[in-house]
Design a protein around this ligand. Structure first.
Ligand SMILES: Nc1c(NC[C@H](O)[C@H](O)[C@H](O)CO)[nH]c(=O)[nH]c1=O
Ligand SMILES: CC(=O)[C@@H](O)COP(=O)(O)O
Length: 217
């Protein structure tokens, strides 16, 4: 990795990520390298940008080829869940207002406490709204073997991840290493065998996710 590239930081550390919900989807091939990349992304988001660890959701899939499908489905489910929660809260508030409007007015002998909403509103206390994901990071490690399988997966995964972001409107960070040998992958997870361990690209992906999430494009 050139020195120039090492100096590139995706975003300004002053960005506040404390209210962000981030999804990390990762493959299980080359697991030791993937795990280092996931840790790099999580640590950067929590330690540098204040993202709360409980707001970083991690989902594994068999391999890189499954990343676009899983990212799309999890984004759609989070968006639907958020819409359902809002609808439930809206219904509960409407029922509560109906109850309040139909309850007898408090008299002078009332003990002075404001009429408390009856439980007939039926709605449970609204759960903490679990909003949709603000950004997604797809993490995988593809290492070329002896056939063209590598090329086909790289092509499918890169196009697939791009399409998920464009189709859902949620920023999806391309966190897939496409390496010709093990050493290239190790060095891009700061696990290199030489004196220079390399640079953990997961850190850059975490920073990019926070920046894209806060841009609210
Ligand atoms: N060779 C690698 C794979 N191959 C598996 C595919 O990603 C996929 O899971 C399988 O073809 C079933 O659909 N995956 C990686 O993540 N990394 C590799 O090096
Ligand atoms: C990226 C791959 O799918 C690759 O590791 C598979 O190896 P091979 O091409 O030798 O089957």
């Amino acid at each position: 990795m050139t020195d120039f590239a090492k100096g590139l930081k995706a975003s300004d550390a002053t960005i506040d990520g404390s209210n962000l919900r981030i999804l990390i989807v990762h493959g299980r091939w080359n697991a030791a390298i993937v795990d280092a990349l996931v840790t790099g992304a999580k640590d950067t988001m929590t330690q540098r940008y204040g993202v709360q660890s409980q707001n970083i959701i991690v989902q594994s899939v068999p391999g890189a080829y499954e990343l676009p499908f899983a990212a799309q489905r999890l984004i759609q489910q989070s968006q639907q869940r958020s819409q359902d929660l809002i609808a439930n809260v809206t219904d509960s508030m409407a029922n509560l207002m109906d109850d309040l409007m139909s309850s007898p007015k408090p008299t002078a002998t009332t003990t002075g406490s404001a009429a408390t909403p009856s439980s007939s509103s039926g709605g449970a206390a609204p759960r903490k709204l679990q909003g949709p994901f603000d950004a997604v990071i797809c993490i995988g490690v593809l290492i070329k073997g002896s056939t063209m399988h590598f090329e086909y997966i790289c092509e499918a995964v890169s196009h697939g991840i791009t399409r998920v972001g464009l189709d859902t409107g949620v920023p999806v960070i391309f966190g897939v290493l496409t390496c010709l040998d093990d050493d290239q992958a190790l060095e891009r997870a700061a696990l290199g065998k030489g004196a220079d361990k390399g640079h953990n690209h997961g850190e850059d992906w975490g920073a990019a996710a926070v920046e894209m999430a806060t841009l609210k494009l």
